[in-house]
Design a protein. Structure first.
Length: 71
């Protein structure tokens, strides 16, 4: 009985640690993107490229992809 409890605890700690690492990585990516986008030079380049136009042009392709995937 005690061995089963210990095994269950060890398995859940492994899953919890992996989830913590994954969420930590996502937080670092978001933080890094925020640092890059806060740079005035980067913001100027993105403004000249027209990122909003790029996103609106890609939207129909993304919708088509999700429809095909749902089939």
């Amino acid at each position: 009985m005690a061995v089963e409890i210990v095994n269950r605890t060890e398995e859940s700690n492994g899953a919890d640690k992996e989830t913590l690492y994954m969420l930590g990585g996502v937080a670092l990516v978001i933080f890094g993107a925020g640092l890059v986008l806060s740079n005035p030079t980067v913001r100027r380049y993105l403004g000249n490229m027209g990122v909003g136009n790029l996103a609106s042009a890609a939207l129909p392709d993304i919708e088509r992809y999700f429809r095909l995937r749902a089939m």
